[in-house]
Design a protein around this ligand. Structure first.
Ligand code: NAG
Ligand code: NAG
Ligand code: NAG
Ligand code: NAG
Ligand code: NAG
Length: 617
């Protein structure tokens, strides 16, 4: 078989063998014309006979799995991690606090890149706290760079994330890390659901990958029998979007990525074909939220920085990650085509159930010997992350206890029966939504209890089925978090629809109070809950340079947008007993202030007096 010279240009820069073998397979067995059912049927019989005789791979072809390093450097898998989830609350306290210096169980880290407290970032961190997440780590907080270009800011942000992941003292390879966009993320469900769903999705996909891609034999250094390992696996999940990165139309990141797992008619007969994209099934990567183990994310962000350093290829992390996802899929597909049973593939192609992915229309440059395998996948059914862009109509606020509403929506959205609109079982198994953080047993725990401020009144709603949950009826999923990257005008309205909003201040006070609680301190150390951030502390935030900042420091002035309850500034609801009071000469007479503050105040007062004196004159 001869190769047209144009074929090579498709894989510009690749070594000819990759191009040659791939083109041969791709073109030889693809049906080109429409065939009648009869022909298909005879073909099935004919090829069924050939099934077992077709060679599955030709030894002369290059092995893409080996040519492009694909064996993962971090051999542990996220779905196998023994995550100790928070115990059901109310268990008896145990006074002895064993230490976990070895850090044997994975912890969860929540990274929120933001240089200052804004309305968006304060909503992100307070919703996380209300749901009992470990204290968020603000990336780049206090490091504003006025005058820096967009590219410089992105590089700084990604470098800080990567450096945090490399900080061996706090972050172990097997720790789970969740990174979210600071400005437009609302948490809806507790961390337990996040981690369990992540592990379940990855476990399911990896079972599929065993069948789809098979195994590779790895030589042992000691010369014993080679070990069989699964060729490709999924290790990190990003959010899925209906839209691909705009500047990459013909890139594998937009063309070669797998199809959604949602049914092909999930949005009706125009699914995937409506020109404005809002009926697309989400399948493209969105970098706004990602979860994975630290070791896996580290090599991803190393590569993002490498790509961004080659300025001409990538201007943003979004672009770089899209390219990485696409190239990963190209190599996987080339390797699959190399080893697949050709007869089977051909028949599956006719039946329309082939795993084949689009790799003919793309133009991609592959560097020999470079790693393209990162275990990247996306969350097609918004179990974890809901991306709002082009999807605002895919979200309904549902009280699952109201059967009238759910059956109405079931009909309206044409949800198939196997996807009944029921409260997901993992949520139904959770304790009371208003009990996500353990109540303090210490009477003295600050902030002190106040029946107005701590009024969590909605007693008749203390069930997950009785609070309004943002739900994607198309996939019958209740996402763990919402990424509001669509219309910014919707952010205020949606925030007020979040189930915790009416009690947000009371729930946040409860979370802060649990900081000093024996239960929490203990579960942070015991097997029970030791995936908490081990640096300890609640009610505040860490920065990536290891400073501890309080919520009031970061979110002062945002109370109206967070709580809308006219109860005053956070932490000063009852007036502030420690607020410094100065006399007319600027001397501190009550409360606390640092020397600098006192000196500043003194100067201010002096200036004030001078001004007054001048006026009098
Ligand atoms: C507390 O925990 C320790 C170690 O896990 C155990 O040996 C002890 O029996 C526990 N005590 C109570 C009262 O549960
Ligand atoms: C259920 O929802 C419908 C429509 O939203 C509403 O009219 C009805 O009162 C609700 N039923 C209950 C029991 O809350
Ligand atoms: C708590 O709030 C509810 C309604 O918002 C109100 O009816 C109730 O009296 C409040 N309780 C206290 C102790 O303030
Ligand atoms: C759910 O809420 C409704 C009113 O919003 C109340 O009538 C009903 O009793 C609640 N159901 C449960 C089981 O608490
Ligand atoms: C509780 O908080 C309210 C609102 O800030 C305040 O008016 C009231 O004095 C407080 N009560 C106590 C006992 O501190």
């Amino acid at each position: 078989m001869s190769l047209a010279s144009t074929s090579f240009s498709q894989f510009e820069g690749a070594k000819p063998p990759y191009t040659a073998s791939f083109m041969r397979q791709a073109s030889q067995y693809r049906p080109r014309t429409y065939r009648t059912r009869a022909v298909i049927f005879s073909a099935i019989i004919f090829f069924s006979a050939l099934w077992y005789f077709a060679p599955s791979s030709k030894p002369s072809e290059s092995d893409y799995w080996k040519e492009f390093p694909s064996d993962h450097p971090f051999s542990k898998r996220p779905e196998d991690a023994q995550v100790a989830l928070p115990p059901k609350l109310g268990t008896a306290a145990n006074e002895s606090l064993p230490h976990d210096p070895e850090h044997v169980h994975p912890h969860l880290h929540l990274l929120v890149p933001t240089t200052k407290g804004t309305r968006g970032s304060c909503r992100t961190v307070t919703s996380a706290m209300i749901l009992g997440y470990p204290p968020p780590t603000l990336i780049g907080y206090g490091h504003r760079k006025p005058g820096a270009t967009e590219l410089e800011l992105t590089v700084d942000r990604i470098t800080r994330i990567r450096d945090y992941l490399k900080n061996k003292r706090n972050v172990k390879d097997h720790d789970f890390v969740l990174i979210v966009d600071a400005q437009d993320t609302f948490f809806q469900l507790p961390p337990r659901i996040l981690v369990e769903r992540f592990q379940n999705i990855v476990r399911g996909n990896n079972e599929r990958f065993k069948r789809k891609y098979g195994y590779a034999a790895v030589e042992k250094p000691d010369g014993s029998r080679p070990e069989l390992i699964q060729k490709y696996s999924q290790r990190v999940l990003f959010g899925a979007s209906k839209l691909c990165y705009h500047a990459l139309k013909d890139d594998p990141g937009c063309v070669t990525v797998p199809e959604s797992t949602l049914p092909p008619d999930v949005y009706g007969w125009k699914t995937d074909t409506h020109p404005d994209g809002h009926l697309n099934r989400p399948r493209w990567l969105n970098p706004g939220a990602v979860i994975g183990q630290a070791a896996d994310l580290r090599i991803i962000y190393d590569e993002v920085l490498r790509l961004m350093a080659q300025r001409h290829t990538s201007h943003s992390d979004y672009q770089a990650l899209t390219q990485m996802f696409g190239r990963q899929e190209v190599i996987r597909e080339l390797e699959r085509l190399r080893t697949v049973n050709k007869a089977k593939e051909w028949v599956y192609g006719l039946l329309g159930i082939s795993d084949a992915m689009e790799i003919e229309a793309i133009s991609v440059r592959l560097e020999a010997g470079h790693r393209y395998e990162y275990g990247i996948g996306v969350d097609y059914e918004s179990q974890l992350f809901f991306n709002q862009i082009l999807s605002r109509n895919d979200l309904e606020w549902i009280k699952f206890s109201n059967i009238t509403t759910t059956s109405h929506l079931q009909g309206q959205f044409g949800v198939p029966r196997e996807h009944r609109l029921l409260l997901p079982e993992d949520i139904a198994a959770l304790p009371d939504p208003f009990d996500q953080t353990s109540p303090s047993t210490e009477r003295s725990a600050a902030p002190s209890f106040n029946s107005t401020l701590d009024n969590i009144s909605h007693t008749e709603q203390h069930l997950w089925s009785n609070v309004s949950l943002a739900t994607n009826p198309h996939s019958a999923s209740v996402p763990v978090l919402l990424h509001l990257n669509g219309d910014p005008k919707l952010r205020n309205a949606w925030w007020e629809k979040m189930w915790f909003f009416p009690s947000a201040r009371a729930l946040l006070r409860r979370y802060v109070r649990s900081a000093h609680d024996l239960d929490t301190a203990q579960s942070a150390l015991l097997g029970g809950q030791d995936w908490w951030d081990m640096r300890g502390g609640r009610g505040g935030l860490w920065t990536d340079d290891e400073n501890w900042v309080t919520i009031s420091e970061v979110c002062q002035g945002q109370e109206r947008d967070l709580f809308d309850d006219d109860l005053g500034p956070w932490g000063k609801e009852n007036g502030d007993p420690d607020a410094p009071v100065y006399n007319q000469f600027g001397n501190l007479i009550k409360g606390k202030a640092t020397e600098e503050e006192a000196a500043k105040k003194k100067k201010e007062k002096e200036e004030e007096r001078e001004k007054k004196n001048k006026k009098k004159e």
